[in-house]
Design a protein around this ligand. Structure first.
Ligand SMILES: [Zn+2]
Length: 513
């Protein structure tokens, strides 16, 4: 027995267990290899072997802890690994945890099969067997100092990894995401509690029938729409359907998380805190008896989404297209929201308010439209704009605009025969190589990021019954507007009267230069 108490044997034994663990539960990194990212695969694999090794060594400092924790880690990792391979996602993200926690039994039943049970129970049993073997190698008290030195080194490298980026490897990825989820969930609940319900104010709406649709665009620029003078034909449908285009609109913020809550509430760039202290106009429509529906192609929780999700929660029906997906960089198509939209339109209520929170023109551009819309080529398919030529980036971006035009057209066609009004406005713009910049969310408020496209379409019935409003929409197209106008315009154009609605900020009223 004395030989098995040598620290070297103990270190080797734990290293082997780390290898076994990683080959079982971090094998999904192999996909990176298949995608031609061999260096990334090697990096992830090497760091995860070291990190898991450190974790197991730490557990081994107490026999009792090791006996309980190792089977537990294998068990939960098996569940996470099942989700990762089932959904073909890169890691167990915050939104994956949200989905796992909030999924209902019926949905859950779809994921729990014999394979999952065998994989998790098998993993736990294997871990129990490994504990029995490892216990034979555990170092004696006097030799723990060597172990501690090795352990410190791996803990230090793990900490370094965490400080650079969130961990991609199991089980750290799972622990980190679960912690973030619980934290975000807490923030979310607190936010919901502290908001004042503005719908309690005096609001009236005389129109018996009214269908209002608001499409929140993502990262779209006004100057890349042909309807606004862009040389490429990127908006044939908006032109064909006679949408009004407001060409001079300034965003409230240059990121989703600042702009969207500001657009839908009374918040302005100077009073951003209002977005967290008051409900949005969604609550007003609901209070007035509109069937309110929120259709989202963005995420549920996370730094960028929590405040928006609190607003979404004001609607009667909330639909997230792909809650388990990692982030907006994934393959997401706005057309996938149209099924839920059709269902919302079938609701018997003659009054409806439907919001789309689209993925629009978010990077990675080429993942947000179908092959039919890969019209401007060649396109950038790399993960970073800098790895492509400027023209490839712009081509892919313009395809997203073309696809957005197609998407808006389908929304319009669906409500064409109703008494309907459709608003489209992007949350912010996007840099496309200006001064070497790409994307959005820069603190400097660059004009290409703070100018947004805005379109309004009205049905023939609306136009004939609301002549004055339609005429104002026509005449206000050249006015300098901002997201501040949206709150008041959406309600005023929908026939909602209230001291809260400032007609001086409504595009359905005569605006003075
Ligand atoms: Zn955005």
């Amino acid at each position: 027995m004395t030989s098995s108490k040598k620290p070297l044997a103990c270190l080797v034994a734990f290293f082997l267990v780390s290898l076994i663990y990683n080959s079982l539960y971090n094998a999904h990194f192999l996909r990176l290899w298949a995608e031609g990212e061999a260096p990334l695969f090697a990096g992830y694999m090497a760091t995860s072997v070291v990190m898991v090794y450190g974790l197991f060594l730490a557990l081994s400092l107490s026999k009792a802890v090791l006996s309980f924790a190792l089977p537990f880690v294998f068990f939960v990792s098996a569940i996470a690994d099942h989700f990762i391979s089932h959904w073909r996602i890169r890691s167990f993200s915050l939104n994956t945890v949200a989905f796992a926690f909030e999924t209902n039994l019926e949905e859950a039943a779809g994921f729990i099969g014999q394979k999952l049970v065998a994989w998790t129970v098998g993993g736990a049993l294997l871990a129990v067997a490994l504990v029995v073997v490892l216990n034979r190698f555990l170092a004696s008290r006097g030799q723990k100092s060597t172990l501690l030195v090795i352990l410190s080194a791996t803990v230090a490298s793990t900490a370094l990894h965490f400080s650079i980026q969130p961990p991609m490897a199991l089980p750290f990825n799972l622990f980190e995401s679960t912690f973030s989820y619980l934290h975000e969930r807490y923030r979310f609940e607190k936010l919901l509690q502290k908001r004042k319900d503005i719908s309690a104010a005096d609001f009236t709406c005389r129109d018996r029938e009214m269908v209002v649709v608001l499409v929140i665009g993502e990262s779209a620029r006004p100057d890349h729409f042909h309807i606004n003078g862009y040389p490429r034909q990127t908006s044939p449908n908006l032109e064909r359907l006679g949408a009004f285009s407001f060409k001079d609109v300034t965003a409230c913020g240059v990121s989703t998380r600042t702009a969207v809550p500001c657009m839908l509430t009374r918040a302005t760039p100077g009073t951003m805190e209002v977005a967290a202290t008051e409900t949005s106009f969604v609550s007003v429509f609901r209070r007035l008896g509109f069937h309110t529906v929120w259709l989202s192609n963005q995420r549920f929780l996370g730094k960028a989404n929590t405040k928006v999700s609190a607003i979404a929660r004001e609607a009667e029906v909330v639909f997230y297209n792909d809650r388990q997906a990692d982030n907006v960089h994934m393959r997401l198509l706005d057309e996938d929201l149209l099924g839920a939209f059709q269902e919302a339109l079938r609701h018997p209520s003659p009054r409806k308010f439907i919001v789309f929170h689209t993925v629009g023109s978010h990077w990675l551009y080429d993942r947000h439209y179908t092959d039919r819309f890969r019209v401007f080529v060649p396109v950038c398919t790399k993960k970073s704009q800098q790895d492509c030529t400027l023209q490839e980036v712009i081509n892919a971006y313009d395809n997203t605009i073309l696809y957005t035009d197609h998407f808006i057209a389908q929304v319009i066609e669906a409500v064409r025969d109703l008494r309907a009004i459709v608003f489209y406005v992007s949350d912010h713009g996007e840099s496309l190589g200006e001064g070497g910049r790409y994307g959005h969310g820069h603190e400097e408020n660059y004009p290409e990021q703070s100018s947004v496209p805005m379109f309004v379409w009205v049905s023939d019935r609306y136009a004939s019954e609301e002549r004055l409003k339609s005429q104002c929409l026509e005449e206000n197209q050249g006015m300098a507007l901002s997201h501040d106008h949206l709150f008041h315009s959406v309600m005023d154009c929908s026939g909602i009267e209230s001291p809260v609605v400032d007609k001086g900020l409504s595009i359905c009223q005569p605006l003075h230069r």
